[in-house]
Design a protein around this ligand. Structure first.
Ligand SMILES: Nc1ncnc2c1ncn2[C@@H]1O[C@H](COP(=O)(O)OP(=O)(O)OP(=O)(O)O)[C@@H](O)[C@H]1O
Ligand SMILES: O=P(O)(O)OC[C@H]1O[C@H](OP(=O)(O)OP(=O)(O)O)[C@H](O)[C@@H]1O
Ligand SMILES: O=C(O)c1cccnc1
Length: 491
């Protein structure tokens, strides 16, 4: 999508240090050494129990367009060090000019449920390429994964009701708005007010009208009549500009006039006040007047918690319009996804060397290897029962496995191929830079997200103190990691 939004080449859409490292790798003869990196997160957002991965299509788009234009190289050639001399040798800029993306990429399909420490992306290829891609891959995946997860939580709260994403005006800039609309649709919104997302992505566009429409007329009644006149087949009237109950009554009068012309009043919208009380009162007025099919839309700083509460209060809201708190992920504005090197191939021996990052905080110690995730499914209950992160360089044998929670090694679980079905989550996307994956449509990603959430036990999906889904390291990988920690920090 980036290439459709921006005319610029986006190969410089990275942090400066990625380019200085690429240069230094090149200078030290390591640029082409084969490496494996993983992109993963350590903690679910929103204190939740699950995360929805999102952003792969934009990652594919980015990688397909990854090349340095003359203008990019010209710019890099102007950068100087503190002695005033150019930072990058011309031969390096030529090296960039003649290169294109040539890595293998494995990914968990968009819309899948994922858990801490599981690679959402695994990239294998020349060290300099893997490195330089850290920033754009995180930039794309962190945001869209965050918003898809927020939308999925709102979808859970709204149950079967339609949810419309109204966030563009409050979103974080142009791409923030556009990619939020995409991620929100994958996460479970049914439509968007973002017309560009409608055009480019095929998301249904929906909406009502603003207070300024009403305020531009001498009276609310006139405003409603004029709107119904202009758009009799798409008439949802915002009733709270002056007095909500009076507004509903005026909307009913307009609804009667519409009916006389052979149209139906599609809905009313409430945007302030006590949404439970007002929706119940509005429903009574509409039903008493015979407008049983006129929907009640609600908006006003909604999020999953308010939607859940309004439903518990018996609110009669049919459609939820949700903007700010969805597209800005208001209560957690960033997903802390990270991207770490996990193995490097020795150029002499051709053998992989494991790489691990230590930290004082055990949660921040990285996981070495060429990781894959096996997910176990209990077909008799229709539920996912556990995920095993394992090392393809040293895969476990047999049919029964132990997984260990790296943060709490006492938490272990046995998973067996005999009791459960299983599948590997990471699938091939690029092979040596060639795209070998046919990305699914947005609609089918959305369906996939729904079927994934259906396979999670309700205790994992609750908002308050969700149950911890068993996702751990296969035992021998756990021990490998412990051994490496021991070797690097023996005391
Ligand atoms: N019955 C309810 N239970 C829980 N939350 C509610 C209920 N009704 C409305 N809310 C939420 O409470 C908040 C109300 O905020 P606020 O007081 O700013 O709204 P308001 O009274 O309508 O004012 P404004 O006219 O400025 O929008 C919103 O987030 C709204 O979604
Ligand atoms: O509340 P959100 O979830 O962000 O949904 C979108 C909001 O945007 C519109 O009004 P706007 O916020 O521009 O003006 P208002 O606050 O005066 O209604 C609309 O009326 C909603 O309230
Ligand atoms: O169509 C609407 O009602 C709408 C669109 C954007 C923001 N708030 C409301």
């Amino acid at each position: 999508m980036h290439t459709r939004l921006y005319k610029e080449s986006l190969s410089l859409h990275t942090d400066f240090y990625q380019i200085t490292m690429a240069y230094a790798y090149w200078k030290s003869g390591k640029a082409e050494q084969e490496a494996i990196f993983h992109l993963y997160f350590r903690k679910h957002p929103f204190q939740g129990g699950f995360t929805i991965t999102c952003g792969l299509e934009d990652v594919i788009d980015y990688l397909q367009h990854f090349s340095f234009t003359d203008a990019d190289l010209h710019y890099l050639a102007t950068l100087t060090g503190n002695d005033g001399k150019p930072l990058f040798e011309e031969a390096f800029l030529n090296f960039l000019k003649n290169s294109c993306f040539s890595c293998d990429l494995m990914a968990v399909p968009e819309g899948s449920v994922v858990f801490p420490n599981e690679p959402l992306l695994r990239i294998q290829g020349p060290l300099w390429q893997c490195q330089i891609l850290e920033t754009p891959l995180l930039n794309i995946m962190n945001f869209q994964t965050l918003i898809a997860t927020k939308a999925a939580r709102i979808r859970l709260a709204a149950k079967e009701d339609p949810v419309l994403e109204f966030g563009l005006r409050r979103a974080q800039g142009i791409d923030g708005g556009f990619s939020a609309s995409r991620a929100a649709y994958i996460g479970g919104c049914d439509g968007t007010s973002n017309v560009l997302a409608g055009k480019l992505l095929g998301i249904p566009v929906k909406g009502t009208h603003a207070h300024s429409w009403v305020m531009s007329f001498d009276s609310e009644a006139e405003a409603f009549q004029a709107y119904a006149q202009a758009m009799p087949n798409n008439c949802i009237l915002l009733v709270d500009t002056y007095d909500t109950i009076e507004g509903v009554k005026k909307a009913i009068q307009v609804g009667q006039a519409l009916r006389a012309r052979g149209y139906e009043l599609a809905g009313i919208r409430l945007d302030s006040g006590d949404l439970a009380y007002l929706s119940i009162e509005a429903r009574k007025l509409l039903d008493d007047a015979g407008f049983h099919n006129t929907k009640i839309v609600a908006s006003n700083d909604l999020d999953e918690h308010i939607v859940e509460s309004l439903k518990q209060q018996g609110a009669r809201i049919d459609i939820w319009g949700i903007g700010t708190k969805l597209v800005t992920a208001f209560d957690q504005p960033a997903l802390g996804g990270v991207y770490k090197i996990a193995a490097l191939k020795d150029t002499q021996t051709g053998k992989w060397e494991y790489k691990i990052k230590l930290s004082e905080q055990s949660v921040k110690v990285s996981i070495p290897g060429k990781l894959q995730v096996k997910r176990f499914y209990d077909a008799s209950r229709g539920l996912y029962v556990g995920d095993m992160i394992y090392d393809e360089l040293n895969p476990p044998t047999g049919n029964s496995f132990t997984i260990v929670d790296p943060q709490d090694p006492i938490r272990r679980k046995r998973l067996s191929n005999e009791a459960f079905e299983s599948k590997d989550l990471l699938i091939p996307i690029f092979e040596k830079g060639k795209l070998i994956y046919d990305p699914p449509t947005l609609k089918s990603i959305r369906h996939h997200r729904q079927s994934e959430l259906d396979k999670l036990h309700s205790s994992i999906k609750r908002f308050v103190n969700p149950h911890l889904y068993p996702a751990g390291l296969e035992k021998s990988l756990y021990h490998l990691r412990e051994d490496l920690i021991e070797q690097l920090r023996p005391h």
